[in-house]
Design a protein around this ligand. Structure first.
Ligand SMILES: [Zn+2]
Length: 278
């Protein structure tokens, strides 16, 4: 495929224009809602285009992109572009997971089911077992406390006001503004979900996940933080206006050839740094 059309227009679409197309189309294939997409020039066709006009470009999954000109006519593309699937249904794709599921949040590895992270009265990360199936429920917020992505019973949707969301391979990246990532996660099917990068704020609480750390902040500063891998089981993290709290959460870390339990906690804020985690 030539890199330029006969008008000298390069095939690559500038990133800011791609984002406008993604947002207009609801971040998914306009026909079926698949989150893994390609860009398709439909008005005019790429061969005739003199410019990458975002209004003349739409999102199609690989399957639907191949079918343009076959059973998916140009008129069909115009029709679907005018009423994108994701703008009406809010649904993107299934997150396929199965037991035993572990959730890696920065350097904290959660085993088990239940309310892993709760924000206010909302489950921010919750795993439910229903008839032997695992159902993941999650709501993620950006640094300003706005919801960006929701997963309801394994079905993923991207909130309308989200600035940008992109799926590259198995990885989802949510940005709250240019160059500012609020969430990056991968579903390493079927047993692992890895939250590599997360920033979210709720009241005076902040949650930060990075490949080398896991941090919970309250108004006074860092409440829980560790840069070593820890295993978390049996409970969860509850975040409200007054700050993050750990409930019935056991922290295990690897030390001298075995796992040792760091502390059993109730509704106390735990300074893991005092327990030798730093
Ligand atoms: Zn499609």
């Amino acid at each position: 495929m030539s890199e330029h059309n006969r008008h000298g227009l390069p095939r690559s679409i500038p990133e800011p224009r791609k984002r406008l197309v993604r947002q207009r189309c609801g971040f998914g294939c306009v026909v079926c809602g698949s989150a893994v997409i390609q860009y398709h020039h439909f008005s005019p066709a790429f061969s005739e285009a003199k410019d990458h006009d975002p209004e003349g470009i739409t999102l199609l999954c690989g399957t639907h992109h191949q079918e343009v000109g076959n059973w998916l006519s140009d008129q069909d593309v115009i029709k679907h572009n005018a009423a994108p699937y994701c703008q009406s249904k809010d649904a993107h794709r299934l997150v396929r997971v199965q037991a035993p599921l572990y959730v890696i949040a920065g350097t904290a590895i959660f085993f088990g089911t239940g309310d892993l992270i709760t924000v206010g009265s909302e489950p921010a990360l919750k795993i439910v077992v229903e008839e032997g199936r695992l159902l993941l429920n999650a709501t993620f917020f950006d640094d300003a406390g706005r919801p960006t992505i929701k997963i309801v019973d394994n079905e993923l949707s991207i909130c309308r006001d989200t600035w940008d969301a992109q799926f590259v391979g198995k990885q989802a990246i949510v940005r709250e503004s240019a160059g500012r990532i609020s969430l990056r996660f991968s579903v390493i099917a079927p047993n692992c979900i890895y939250f590599e990068h997360l920033d979210f704020a709720f009241g005076t609480s902040r949650v930060v996940f990075r490949p080398d750390r896991f941090e919970l902040w309250n108004r006074n500063g860092l409440a829980v933080g560790n840069s070593n891998f820890v295993l978390c089981s049996g409970g969860g993290i509850f975040i409200d206006e007054s700050g993050p709290k750990l409930r019935n959460l056991r922290f295990l870390t690897y030390s001298s050839d075995r796992f040792v339990e760091l502390a059993k906690t109730g509704q106390v804020q735990l300074l893991l740094s005092e327990l030798g985690m730093h």
